[in-house]
Ligand binder design. Structure first.
Ligand SMILES: [Zn+2]
Length: 414
């Protein structure tokens, strides 16, 4: 057993084979209660054959671990040794990915809202929208990814003097539902005949970046469905990428982020080391004065979160942040009955520093800054949301944002 452990520790073969099928990989759930368990859980993250949905960052945290078939016995031994009780969520993660596969696209397929599209298809969709609605939409490019892909967004406006809402999505590569939702929203904002939606768009300028982490998204799409980070080689030649949602400058590396390049929450070798985060913030600096609400789209814990991600004193307008979140979630749940929780990031999830909303609030003083954690699958596959849920998810998010704006208007933010 010790020899097997050593082989897996020194040979990162498991995550390097392309593409990864995840056949017979189990997913287990357990709670980290003691410092000893936290240390062991972090050690496992460094071993090939173990991968977390969310990295272990603190005690009193529930986590889900994906385990290579040959490492399951090793995991059981470790769990017994440190007193972790676990539950098996999935016996074969690969079979759940296969269920998603028929709707994954090839280059010849056409774009569709109820499917997960490639980055190229999303860009083509945006071009199409701009050519159909040249008066009210404009594509902008904020920069290039590490691998040289253009990072594009779209501005939708009836009057450039209107107050704005900014949406960043798919900063985490594997959270495909976020860009699928963004493209549906773009389409609705320009095509919907619903009076409420139309009036909503008449009064607000929208900035939407459907896929901020385009390199990661493509890698997740074509090679490793579970990829979360960017694809830079700046931090280490052995392990690619940094966690872009731990790479922003405000409060960088102040808890819930890792200094180890091979982990999923690696904060980067410096703040804004990743071209994607730098491009976003440079662009935001040019328009921030108009923006009343900033939204960062993630999945998948069904939560609406607001600053801060660390243990500093509460944000000055916490009462308003809470009231607006409450209205947003009431509107969301009214649509399809989906349960969400809401509150301060630390209280609801865990410590996370260097995130986009904290930076946007802390540096640009956009005081309504939220993270949507969208729907999850009710299985161990977490981020793999069945495509038939794309549109229902998007519909409830639209209702939610409308509820959010109504409350924010009542509180004089608009
Ligand atoms: Zn995320």
């Amino acid at each position: 057993m010790k020899l097997l452990f050593l082989v897996f520790l020194i040979c990162p073969i498991v995550w390097a084979i392309e593409p990864i099928s995840y056949k017979d990989y189990k997913v287990v759930e357990f709670k980290i209660e003691t410092e000893g368990q936290l240390k062991a859980a972090k050690n496992m993250e460094m071993m090939s054959g173990f991968k977390y949905w969310e990295s272990p960052v603190q005690t009193n945290m529930k986590t889900e671990l994906i385990i290579h078939p040959q490492m399951f016995n090793e995991f059981v031994e470790i769990a017994e040794e440190i007193g972790i009780k676990f539950k098996i969520l999935t016996e074969d993660l690969g079979s759940e990915f296969m269920a998603e596969r028929p709707v994954r696209r090839t280059k010849d397929d056409s774009f569709a809202f109820d499917r997960y599209n490639t980055y190229e298809q999303i860009l083509e969709f945006m071009d199409q929208i701009q050519s159909e609605f040249p008066e009210n939409s404009q594509i902008f490019t904020i920069g290039n990814t590490f691998e040289g892909r253009p990072i594009k967004g779209i501005r939708i406006t009836k009057n450039i003097q209107n107050p704005a809402i900014f949406i960043e999505s798919n900063i985490h590569a594997r959270e495909w539902i976020t860009s699928a939702t963004s493209v549906w929203l773009i389409d609705q904002f320009l095509r919907s005949s619903n009076e409420t939606v139309r009036s909503f768009v008449d009064g607000i300028t929208w900035y939407i970046i459907p896929v901020l982490n385009a390199d990661g998204y493509e890698y997740s799409y074509n090679v490793d469905r579970l990829w979360r980070k960017t694809r830079s080689t700046l931090g280490s030649i052995l392990c690619y990428g940094a966690d872009p949602n731990r790479n922003f400058g405000f409060n960088w590396m102040n808890g819930g982020a890792s200094a180890v390049p091979c982990t999923d929450t690696y904060g980067g070798f410096s703040a804004f080391s990743e071209p994607e985060t730098k491009a976003l913030i440079d662009f935001y600096a040019t328009i921030y004065e108009k923006v009343k609400i900033f939204l960062s789209f993630h999945s998948a814990t069904q939560a609406l979160l607001y600053p801060w991600g660390d243990l500093r004193p509460k944000a000055p307008n916490t009462d308003d942040l809470f009231a607006v979140a409450e209205a947003a979630i009431n509107a969301l749940t009214a649509r399809h009955g989906t349960d969400y929780v809401y509150g301060n990031t630390v209280d609801i999830l865990y410590v996370a520093s260097g995130t986009t909303p904290d930076h946007i609030y802390g540096v640009f003083n956009t005081t309504l800054a939220y993270t949507y954690e969208m729907r999850h699958a009710n299985t161990g596959s977490r981020f793999v949301l069945p495509p038939e849920q794309i549109i229902p998810n998007a519909e409830e998010i639209l209702e939610s944002i409308m509820g959010m704006v109504a409350k924010a208007t009542e509180l004089n933010y608009f």
